[in-house]
Design a protein around this ligand. Structure first.
Ligand SMILES: [Zn+2]
Length: 223
């Protein structure tokens, strides 16, 4: 199951091999070791300087001189989902239960980055599952959302990944994930001053099959 979760999450093999000697075996730049991390940071800084210069700025003026460093450090935080270990994340937080009504966790705030423009999108995620025999610690669900949000994403894929991970970990009778998102790339561009939120959903198992269950979840979200 553990391998399945890793694969499901697009968890980079070279990240997982942290501490093993074969971090470079896949031929891509591995960011596993401290030295590599420093190297990655330096390269991001160089790239940001290049952008600054090419948009007509002076990267050496006072206000900008620290910007490449700040952005590189910021990416480390807002894109931390690439290096989060999903197995560790859920470790020890699964509990056996004799309960098969829906568990609903709503209004989970998230901040992500759209992969098309590298601009933020953000909003709330709402999650329901119907346990088979296990539940997951309440604090873990927002952490699962965060792991997928802190990557370059499209909202549709993030929604599906959250649902599939919960399905994989809990093997529940059904999972429903609804995500609302406001996208800076559409809000900042163009002349339209209306900013519709985008809604995405992904249903598995009973939530996919049973219209009434789905409606019950949607009704809960309106309260
Ligand atoms: Zn975008």
């Amino acid at each position: 199951m553990i391998d399945a979760i890793k694969e499901l999450n697009g968890f980079h093999k070279h990240d997982y091999q942290n501490g093993h000697a074969n971090g470079h075996s896949n031929g891509t730049a591995a960011h596993t070791h401290t030295a590599d991390k420093a190297e990655s940071k330096a390269e991001i800084e160089t790239a940001v300087r290049t952008i600054l210069t090419n948009v007509g700025e002076d990267p050496d003026r006072e206000g900008l001189v620290g910007t490449p460093d700040r952005i590189a450090r910021m990416y480390d935080e807002i894109l931390a989902g690439y290096t989060t270990d999903p197995v560790k994340l859920v470790n020890g937080a699964l509990f056996d239960v004799d309960y098969d009504d829906p568990v609903i966790v709503k209004e989970i705030e998230y901040f992500s980055m759209c992969e098309h423009h590298m601009l933020p999108f953000f909003g709330r995620a709402h999650i329901a599952y119907i346990p088979s025999d296990k539940v997951i610690g309440l604090s873990k669900i927002p952490r699962i959302v965060e792991m997928f949000a802190r990557r370059l994403q499209v909202q549709e894929r993030m929604t599906r990944q959250i649902a599939e991970m919960i399905d994989e970990v809990l093997q529940p009778q059904g999972v429903a994930v609804v995500v609302e998102g406001s996208h800076m790339c559409s809000m900042m561009r163009g002349v339209k001053k209306e900013h519709p939120r985008m809604m995405t959903s992904y249903m598995i198992g009973k939530y996919k099959e049973d219209k009434d269950l789905r409606r019950e979840f949607m009704d809960q979200l309106r309260k």
